[in-house]
Write a protein that binds this ligand. Structure first.
Ligand SMILES: Cc1cc2nc3c(=O)[nH]c(=O)nc-3n(C[C@H](O)[C@H](O)[C@H](O)COP(=O)(O)O)c2cc1C
Length: 192
């Protein structure tokens, strides 16, 4: 009887052999406007050929599948949303090996003074993360919907200072920076 043909062993690459190829867009919101901005950023990145996951920051447990991260959070009473800060703390070691872009919302108008004030609040939050070196940091205008708010905040004037063209342009700029960085490109097969 003939000897059975010996096949060379098939090597199944371990997931950690493959470079991470997806981009994570994580958001921290109370009333939903930050999630809507994150959605637009995710869609814009996809339109530029990126594979994107969109998730609440509190639901992100493992960043190893991502080659880059976008993190956005709302500002409330001078503080960046707790889930955004927790995200940076929890994932600090991984974030030192991945490009990260950060945004916060949101002043009620995009006049220079309001934006500067919001930026100061965001910078105060980021200052605690000494090892963090974001490739981009920005402020987007916010949304006030008094129907969503309790007294006395339900007396605030309704407003929506989001500028969708600016938001899409920022996301488009990120794709250029990612392409220029050493991060692996979005081309190529999905890791196994
Ligand atoms: C009670 C309250 C406090 C706020 N405090 C700040 C603030 O300190 N700085 C700021 O830029 N925006 C502030 N905002 C605006 C919010 O950041 C803005 O409404 C944002 O769009 C909310 O995001 P969300 O819908 O994702 O929760 C505040 C809004 C409310 C209702």
């Amino acid at each position: 009887m003939a000897e059975p043909t010996a096949h060379p062993p098939t090597r199944v690459p371990a997931p950690h052999d493959a470079p991470p190829r997806r981009v994570l867009v994580a958001y921290a919101t109370r009333h939903g406007s930050t999630r809507e901005v994150a959605e637009t950023i995710a869609t814009t990145l996809q339109e530029h050929g990126e594979r994107v996951d969109l998730r609440a920051a509190a639901d992100c447990h493992d960043l190893s599948a991502y080659r880059a991260i976008v993190l956005g959070g709302a500002l409330y009473m001078g503080r960046w949303h707790r889930d955004a800060r927790t995200f940076l703390r929890r994932h600090s070691p991984t974030l030192q090996t991945r490009p990260i872009a950060i945004f916060a919302m949101g002043p009620q108008s995009m006049d220079e003074r309001s934006v500067r004030g919001a930026r100061r609040q965001l910078d105060n939050a980021l200052r605690r993360f000494r090892d963090l070196d974001p490739m981009a940091v920005t402020i987007f205008g916010g949304v006030i919907d008094p129907a969503d708010l309790r007294f006395p905040f339900n007396r605030m004037k309704a407003s929506d200072a989001r500028d969708w063209d600016t938001i899409r342009a920022w996301a488009t700029e990120l794709t250029s920076r990612l392409a220029a960085s050493n991060a692996p490109t979005a081309d190529g097969p999905e890791p196994g």
